[in-house]
Design a protein around this ligand. Structure first.
Ligand SMILES: *Cc1c(COP(=O)(O)O)cnc(C)c1O
Length: 395
């Protein structure tokens, strides 16, 4: 079994590049350049230095003692929450902006839902003195005001999108439209392992620093460079891709992925694309898509703004189909409970997205000797309002 991408950009039958003719040259150019540039010494040196001195890598691998006691095994947390800007997304935006510069692009565009990818993109554009335009659904602009203000403070232009439901899917359509109008000078920084080939592979490689570090850190701490289990949450799949990248072909490592069940997968208010999606094309990629009978995309729902994408990275459609990964739908209330639990027993307030991965621990039966690595994709500062409201409603 092969879990890597093939030369046409497919994971099994999923992926590819379904794009309008006008973008063909652009995407082809990226496809021809991303690997030679990413593998050049010059790129690696600048990228590694920024990951170390700007992002703060390597992120710690922390043996969570009390959580381990609760789970009856050895749980290590990969602390992406400690990165500059508070999540794993910066690993990817730094890599892509270095690539953009080497390809001679002057202008950066991005889409954002909750605003986290927008902030990570605006951050690296400030760092590299590049023009930055971020598309964001108008509904999200209103819901995520602090992130809009951060992007503006960082010098980015935030363009509210008023088509459709005015959320992430509409913002992505608008970013693609912009790219079609400015294919020669503009680089589109996509925030997850989604979109047309080569984005899913490129973003997975940018994030693969996570499992490269896990290997070294586990070897130091346990004398073995692989765990029995890896846990991560999946929205589009970038933090999960980073977590599993160097372990995909090691079948001794079990992979458990948490998607957002929302209020429950049969309530009509869910973002569990792997459970509920059917084959379709979204944003240039053939993958599982939440859609109605007519093939219209259904608006996903999750308490966590970072997990409510109506598609899923093509890698995950493949891993689920090949049964390489176990995919669990974790509901809002289970994620909240897991977030409060981690906060109280380890003193770590996780992002709501990461709390879905934590919620999946409870649903897995471990042996006492098992070594588990769970990626805490981000910190919970941005979710405090949701957490406080949940506390109020429970008392
Ligand atoms: C955006 C985000 C996610 C979901 O995106 P992936 O590409 O699936 O990783 C998860 N956690 C945090 C903290 C995020 O900001």
């Amino acid at each position: 079994m092969n879990y890597q991408i093939d030369e046409n950009g497919f994971y099994g039958t999923f992926g590819g590049a379904y794009i309008p003719e006008i973008l063909h040259g652009c995407v082809e150019n990226l496809r021809n350049n991303y690997l030679p540039i990413m593998e050049s010494d010059d790129f690696k040196q600048e990228y590694d230095q920024l990951l170390r001195d700007y992002v703060g890598r390597p992120s710690p691998l922390y043996l969570a003692q009390r959580l381990s006691e609760q789970c009856g095994c050895n749980v290590y947390l990969k602390r992406e929450d400690l990165n500059h800007t508070g999540a794993h997304k910066i690993n990817n935006t730094i890599g892509q902006i270095l690539l953009a510069r080497r390809m001679g692009k002057r202008r950066i565009i991005a889409e954002t839902g909750a605003g986290q990818h927008g902030v990570a993109t605006a951050t690296v554009c400030a760092l590299m003195n590049m023009e930055c335009v971020v598309y964001m659904g108008k509904t999200d602009v209103e819901r995520q005001h602090i992130n809009v203000q951060k992007m503006q403070m960082l010098g980015a232009t935030v363009r509210p999108v008023t088509s459709g439901n005015m959320t992430l899917k509409d913002a992505t359509n608008e970013a693609i439209r912009d790219w079609c109008c400015h294919p020669s000078d503009t680089f589109y920084i996509i925030g997850s392992t989604v979109g047309p080939h080569p984005y899913p592979d490129m973003v997975a490689r940018m994030q693969s620093v996570i499992s490269r570090e896990i290997k070294r850190q586990l070897a130091e701490k346990t004398g073995r460079d692989y765990p029995d289990y890896l846990f991560a949450c999946v929205g589009g799949g970038s933090n999960a891709a980073g977590t599993i990248y160097h372990y995909l072909d090691n079948e001794k490592v079990k992979i458990v992925l948490a998607e957002a069940g929302g209020k429950g997968i049969d309530t009509g208010m869910s973002a569990a694309t792997i459970h509920l999606g059917r084959l379709g094309v979204i944003h240039g990629s053939k993958t599982l898509v939440m859609q109605n009978e007519d093939g219209q995309i259904e608006e996903p729902y999750s308490i966590s703004a970072g997990l409510d994408y109506p598609g899923i990275g093509p890698l995950y459609a493949h891993l689920a189909q090949a049964k390489r990964a176990t995919v669990l739908a974790i509901n809002d209330d289970e994620a909240l409970e897991a977030a409060f639990n981690l906060t109280r027993i380890e003193g770590i307030i996780p992002a709501l997205e990461s709390a879905h991965a934590l919620g999946a621990l409870k649903k897995t039966k471990f042996n006492p000797s098992d070594v588990v690595v769970l990626t805490v994709s981000g910190r919970g500062d941005k979710d405090m309002e949701t957490y406080i409201n949940a506390l109020k409603n429970n008392h």
